[in-house]
Ligand binder design. Sequence first.
Ligand code: ZN
Length: 159
Amino acid sequence: MSPEEQTGSDPDVKSVEALRGKMLLSDEVAANLKGMARAAAKHSYSPYSNFPVGAAVLTSTGRIFVGTNVENASYGLSVCAERVAISSAVSAGEKSITALAVYTSSKEPCPPCGACLAVMSEFAGEDAPILMFSEEKERRSTLGRLLPQRFKLNPKERK
Ligand code: ZN
């Protein structure tokens, strides 16, 4: 096999995006985030959609906060797992998010919705890895790739 044939033959590295995701998030940290996100999904309150979701965010201090989706009979009041996890981190004084993992029980991994990406962008940089996974598959991306033109204001107070 020539060197050219060997390049890209690693089944774990299917794209430049996947490689970039691996560089930004170590396997150990990714495994921690995934385990906590999957565990959080067990507490999902999703009787209307039957679509349990679990999320875990890593903050710049190394702490991990989890969330699950919480639905409501008045559908519009339902909250996604990602926003619950982010709100939990901010409630504990953590305002710098460095990575997000989201677990869905679907066959294909699901990216966070636009609202969750917008909320994440308030506390995370565009290089923040986003790890989407199901029991069968995993995808990695970044906040900047999933939300390339985010809405920004200059907050009056920011640490
Ligand atoms: Zn969402």
